[in-house]
Design a protein around this ligand. Structure first.
Ligand code: HAM
Length: 410
């Protein structure tokens, strides 16, 4: 035919989820759902397609200019695949703010798209948990969301010393550098520069700083505020260690005060596990009165790396409970009848219709990871008694259809 075969590789920087991978994703987000709902949060969702305009004003320069997947649709609209959830969340809250009850506790688990250079902990598509609390002005909101972030990690079996919660206040940063911030526009520029401090290296950072402020960079002194101190103290009392990082700013323009990030302490996993903060002014973008808001995002890529590092991921187990092999074609009806009775009892049943040698069919049941096998042949079709074989032990029990569900350990 002369045509080149198609590649089996997935698109650059995104993942295929084979059943073993999906099993881990389901485990991770299943556990997270339990913890987050335990704190009174309810789930919402939205399409990954948004009008590009949504991200232009507040998301932060790097994300919008360099990292979005944007295109024109057939109706000449500018469309962007969401790089983050917060603008969508704010849009949805703004749209129904009169009907919603505050404090509003919302969470979502959705995919995000960012055009990044793929590397460990950074991909072009990731799934992210977003937890946001709207309508709480005081530090209770920061305390609750940071407590929840820490609880999520602990529920996976991580210990206090495996992760570090860093926290800072943008307002405090503004105050600390007030003498050199001659006009208001300089502050967001300063934040962007500080956000890139680590990436740039000291020399380049200090050079850029000098260009911007006409004076050399100086470490912040007397860096403390009562609000931040209270947050650290209360969390500490509750057994949650946090560390003040005076140069943590986070890359989004919409944060108004406290920002925080959670890191794995193992240097192998350098990328952050969680990032979030307070954004009290996002709703005004939609012509609505502002509502105080605090929230965070947590991605599956970095969390999975961390859980792998500490050996905290479960072994794969197929969702199939029982695998039926058919000895010869004429016993298909008997196998299907058995399958449908067992399914009605709530068991997950797969039937092999290849009519290959029984040994091969059992091998496939093993490959599939099914814990139990039943072979249906002449004797079984006539007597309606079946040999239930547990593959891990080789143990066999002869049972009637009704007795099989009881014999299976789910
Ligand atoms: P973010 O820091 O950009 O914040 O992302 C939050 C988390 O998502 C990161 O800590 C990381 O785990 C994961 N993440 C982000 N980008 C990637 C990527 N390219 N590959 C893999 N994982 C990634 C936000 O997006 C804010 N909207 C969070 C927020 C919610 N703030 C308030 N509410």
């Amino acid at each position: 035919m002369g045509k080149k075969s198609l590649s089996t590789e997935s698109y650059k920087g995104v993942r295929d989820f084979y059943p073993e991978d999906m099993f881990i994703e389901k485990y991770i987000f299943g556990k997270i759902r339990e913890t987050v709902e335990n704190f009174g949060y309810v789930e919402y969702g939205a399409s990954p397609l948004e009008e590009s305009e949504l991200y232009r004003q507040k998301s932060g320069e790097e994300i919008v200019n360099e990292q979005t997947y944007s295109f024109k649709d057939r109706g000449d609209r500018d469309v962007t695949l969401r790089p983050e959830m917060t603008p969508t969340t704010a849009r949805m809250v703004a749209k129904k703010r009169r009907e919603l009850a505050f404090p509003l506790r919302w969470y979502s688990i959705t995919n995000m798209f960012r055009y990044e250079r793929p590397q460990r902990g950074r991909l072009r598509e990731h799934f992210q948990l977003n937890v946001d609390l709207f309508g709480v002005e005081g530090i209770e909101a920061e305390i609750e969301t940071i407590t929840l972030a820490s609880k999520i990690l602990k529920d996976f079996g991580l210990k206090e010393e495996n992760f570090e919660i860093q926290i800072n206040s943008r307002k405090l940063l503004e105050k600390a550098y007030e003498p050199i911030l001659k006009n208001k526009e300089l502050f967001p520029v300063m934040l962007r520069l500080l956000d890139k401090k680590e990436k740039m290296g000291v020399d380049k950072f200090e050079l850029e700083w000098k260009k911007l402020f006409k004076e050399p960079f100086e470490e912040t002194k007397n860096y403390e505020c009562p609000e931040l101190k209270r947050i650290l103290e209360i969390l500490d009392k509750r057994g949650i260690k946090t560390k003040l990082n005076p140069y943590l700013v986070r890359g989004f323009d919409y944060y108004t005060d406290i920002v925080f990030e959670v890191f794995d302490t193992n240097p192998e996993n350098r990328r952050s596990l969680f990032g979030g903060g307070r954004y009290d002014e996002l709703l005004s973008l939609f012509g609505e009165e502002n509502i105080p808001a605090v929230g965070f995002g947590m991605g599956d890529v970095t969390l999975k790396n961390t859980l792998e590092t500490y050996d905290l991921l479960p072994q794969y187990a197929s969702s199939v409970d029982i695998y039926l092999c058919i000895v010869e074609k004429e016993y298909t009806e008997a196998a299907d009848t058995l399958a449908s009775s067992l399914r009605e009892k709530g068991l997950n049943v797969a039937v092999n219709y290849t009519y290959r040698k029984i040994g091969d069919q059992i091998k496939n049941a093993n490959k599939e990871g099914a814990p139990y096998v039943v072979c249906v042949g002449k004797k079984e079709a006539e007597t309606l008694r079946f040999e239930l074989k547990e593959l891990s032990t080789g143990k066999i029990e002869e049972l009637s259809t009704e007795k099989i569900p009881d014999a299976i350990q789910k």
